[in-house]
Ligand binder design. Structure first.
Ligand code: PAF
Length: 280
């Protein structure tokens, strides 16, 4: 696996790949890789001739400097994992390489980024769009792979690709869970053993809520989910919204949407976790 730190080095390496007519799969990451990322990389390796992975902790998507400082970083482990998975190129640039000057672009995603993560992390999705659009420009992948765990991010990246008319296919890859049900996330590395046990209750409650769908309107079901999660010691729900899976706007009846999704953000101690469940 080639490791490249500069945009010019990346572009040069990929010119050769393209000259040989090879397809390029791309997995953007912020490192601290886990089985969820490994699934994205495996799928890219299986579906493309050449797989590029980027590892860049993007400062513009953190609205909280402390969260950026504490974001887990495990570069050596990440390199070894990517070698084993068969990635062809790791792009791991500095902040100056990606942002030689401040990125002042402001994206307009309508209502998509006004709810849930967008409401509680102002500017987060603008930062994601800034970095992903730059990475797409540098890599020019045929396909790019994103975890469905970051459900709202996936919807917004698809919208960005539509708006910018980028010739890349966005592939959403289902959530990978621990045996306990906890959604895999780089942030899980910051949980203590007890917190991990508590955090596993998030999915247990989401899963149990499926059985109540017939008996409850979305608003009532949402209240039940919030109450159950908040009963678990150390957990505090920031939001739970049942939304249409395309518009991300709240639904008040199940009939309103053919694809209702319940999205949650929960503080487990100091660590903020997100998850979701599909009610279909
Ligand atoms: O999902 C992530 O890890 C990040 O938001 C991404 C897509 C790599 C952009 O920094």
């Amino acid at each position: 696996m080639k490791i490249i730190h500069t945009v010019s080095g990346l572009e040069e390496a990929l010119q050769q790949v393209r000259r040989q007519g090879e397809s390029i799969g791309f997995v953007p990451t912020m490192g601290a890789l886990h089985e969820g990322h490994a699934t994205l990389v495996r799928q890219s390796v299986a579906e493309n001739d050449f797989t590029v992975v980027s590892l860049f902790v993007n400062p513009t998507q953190f609205n909280n400097p402390e969260d950026l400082r504490l974001y887990p970083r495990t570069p050596e482990r990440d390199h070894r994992l990517l070698e084993r998975l068969g990635a062809d190129l790791l792009f791991t640039p500095s902040v100056e390489e990606i942002y030689p000057e401040p990125d002042r672009r402001v994206f307009d995603f309508g209502l998509l980024d006004k709810v849930m993560e967008g409401r509680f992390r102002p500017g987060h999705f603008n930062g994601v769009a800034q970095v992903v659009s730059k990475l797409f420009r540098f890599v020019q992948p045929d396909k790019a792979y994103f975890g469905e765990k970051d459900f709202q991010q996936l919807v917004i990246v698809r919208e960005m690709v539509r708006q910018l008319q980028l010739p890349v296919e966005i592939v959403g890859v289902p959530i990978v869970r621990e045996p306990s049900g906890l959604a895999m996330s780089s942030r899980n590395a910051r949980l203590s053993a007890q917190e991990r046990e508590n955090a596993a209750q998030i999915y247990r409650v989401l899963h149990d809520s499926l059985a109540l769908k017939e008996a409850c309107a979305p608003v009532k079901l949402a209240e039940w989910v919030v109450g159950e999660i908040n009963k678990v010691p150390g957990l505090r729900v920031e939001y739970y919204e049942i939304v249409d899976g395309y518009s991300l706007q709240p639904v008040s009846t199940w009939e309103e949407s053919g694809r209702s999704v319940g999205c949650v953000a929960v503080f487990c101690g100091a660590v903020r976790l997100i998850d979701h469940i599909s009610y279909r």
